[in-house]
Design a protein around this ligand. Structure first.
Ligand SMILES: Nc1nc2c(ncn2[C@@H]2O[C@H](COP(=O)(O)OP(=O)(O)OP(=O)(O)O)[C@@H](O)[C@H]2O)c(=O)[nH]1
Ligand SMILES: [Mg+2]
Length: 475
């Protein structure tokens, strides 16, 4: 059996940033050549791009793990590491992207982050890590020869659900073998498989119809049967594709030989399934009584027409085989589609839902928790990731940055004392310290010889050089 994949879980990993390099320039007769370690390269992003040539998500079903390349580390002689390469993944038009979050209790939750419509629409799924600065870039008037460099940041990674929702104006729904695919084949240039056994159609077919000046798309979905909304048959999976359409067309088989079926009860069954699926109530409906080339079928169509019309439905008697009543139908659908388009707000090329930032980009928070203090904020958390904890100087630099941001003061303000446990970041990747306030800016505060700045921390204004240094350190 062919598999049609319209929902996949993609594990995307962006590239890590390359580490910065700590190196000292060496040349004959120049023993103190100064720091010359280059910066690490940026990690590659994982990017989704809508490609009209791609129609299924099958490729990601077969290989769901995708990773961009890492940035290269910096090197001595001021050489920067090369950036990682972005990994560009083509996806079909109408791909919905959801982020999968695993909650504390182990259950997962899906949050829609993007709705990709329109050729060329790009979405950065996972951002590559920044490269770490080399020691040359970290040098400042106060820190002329840093003996450390920053680590590259790990790239973002995560699980994403990609879901395909066909973007069609008109959707054909009905029992298996009602003639939905036949109808598409005669209304448009699409040539889907047609056969006299149920569930011929396993994947939605899409056709383009031109009626007068209106051009619209029409899709069929695999046949629906009672219980489809509970997963019976093939239909439920595919109702997703119907969600975006502006008109629903009920294709009713007037020539079925099954004893317990007739057009009216077929309609009721399908409507019950649509209702159980939910969300399609607001879509206008049209009824097609198909197969009227069969004499008994025409009689049956005449018989049920009044009742359908009483329900306020527009009814078309059609024969897909004899090409009967098609023009009228396709122009009527064009009219409804045009009306719906006029009423709908102008469709923007794409609707991207931006993930809300967990914390304010510029700021940070310090909260007293059960027995410890937690620091959250984009900068402090990034700085921690950039720190090589095996290097004391690098740790001192981190403490320095944190103090300058005001984390120290804030810790004091919420009641932290020396020796308190301080946690920076989320539980998943937190770094835990024993807080030593006076040492926080330790090495750095032992400025010019003979001045221990810790003694006059309180009301000392920073010198111009220090201010300049702190600007450079900001990110
Ligand atoms: N006599 C007659 N037969 C038709 C007509 N339309 C479709 N059929 C026949 O009905 C059978 C089913 O047609 P399909 O178009 O495959 O039906 P479908 O609704 O797409 O069926 P599934 O894909 O299984 O859901 C085929 O044997 C068609 O030849 C029609 O207008 N008149
Ligand atoms: Mg079909």
């Amino acid at each position: 059996m062919t598999t049609f994949v319209d929902r996949v879980v993609l594990h995307a990993a962006a590239g890590n940033g390359g580490h910065g390099c700590a190196s000292v320039h060496r040349e004959k007769f120049k023993p103190l050549g100064g720091p010359d370690g280059g910066n690490g390269g940026r990690g590659g992003d994982v990017v989704l791009v809508v490609d009209p040539g791609v129609t299924t998500l099958l490729e990601y079903h077969h290989s769901p793990h995708r990773a961009a390349t890492n940035g290269k580390p910096g090197m001595g002689g001021h050489r920067s590491g090369a950036d990682g390469q972005d990994l560009v993944l083509p996806v079909p038009n109408g791909t919905v992207v959801k982020r999968v979050r695993t909650k504390r209790d182990g259950t997962t939750e899906e949050e829609t982050v993007a709705d990709l419509i329109g050729a060329g629409t790009r979405f950065v799924l996972a951002q590559g890590g920044r490269g770490g600065l080399g020691n040359a870039a970290l040098a400042s008037p106060r820190r002329k020869a840093p003996g450390f460099a920053l680590l590259g940041e790990p790239g973002r990674s995560g699980d994403y659900v990609l879901e395909l929702k066909t973007v069609a104006d008109v959707a054909l729904v009905g029992y298996p073998s009602a003639g939905k695919s036949s109808l598409i084949s005669v209304l448009s240039a699409a040539r889907p498989k047609i056969a006299d056994y149920p569930f011929t159609t396993l994947v939605p077919n899409l056709g383009v119809v031109t009626a007068g000046s209106t051009v619209y798309t029409i899709a069929d979905v695999p046949g629906l049967i009672p219980g489809a909304s509970r997963g019976k048959g093939l239909g439920l999976e595919f109702l997703r594709h119907v969600e975006r359409c502006s008109v629903l067309v009920h294709v009713l088989d007037c020539a079925t030989l099954e004893p317990d079926r007739d057009p009216i009860s077929d309609l009721d069954v399908i409507e019950a399934e649509l209702a159980a699926y939910g969300g399609l109530n607001d879509r206008p409906r049209v009824v097609v009584l198909n197969k009227v080339d069969v004499p008994d079928a025409r009689d049956l169509a005449e018989l049920v027409r009044p009742e359908l019309e009483e329900r306020g439905l527009r009814v078309f008697e059609v024969s897909a085989v004899a090409h009967d009543g098609l023009k009228e139908l396709s122009f009527a659908l064009a009219g409804i589609v045009a009306e719906a388009r006029a009423a709908a707000p102008v469709e923007e090329p794409t609707r991207i839902v931006l993930r809300p930032k967990a914390v304010d980009d510029a700021g940070f928070t310090v909260t007293a928790e059960d027995g410890f203090f937690r620091v959250r904020g984009e900068k402090p958390e990034r700085w921690v990731r950039q720190t090589d904890f095996s290097n004391d100087e690098a740790v001192g630099y981190l403490a320095d940055r944190l103090a300058r941001l005001g984390v120290e003061e804030e810790l004091f303000a919420v009641g932290a004392k020396a020796g308190a446990e301080v946690v920076i970041g989320d539980d998943d990747d937190a770094v835990v310290f024993d807080w030593e306030p006076t040492m926080a800016a330790g090495a750095e505060l032992l400025g010019p010889r003979g001045t221990d700045l810790r003694l006059e921390l309180e009301d000392r204004r920073p010198s111009r050089a220090e201010k300049r240094g702190s600007h450079r350190d900001e990110d």
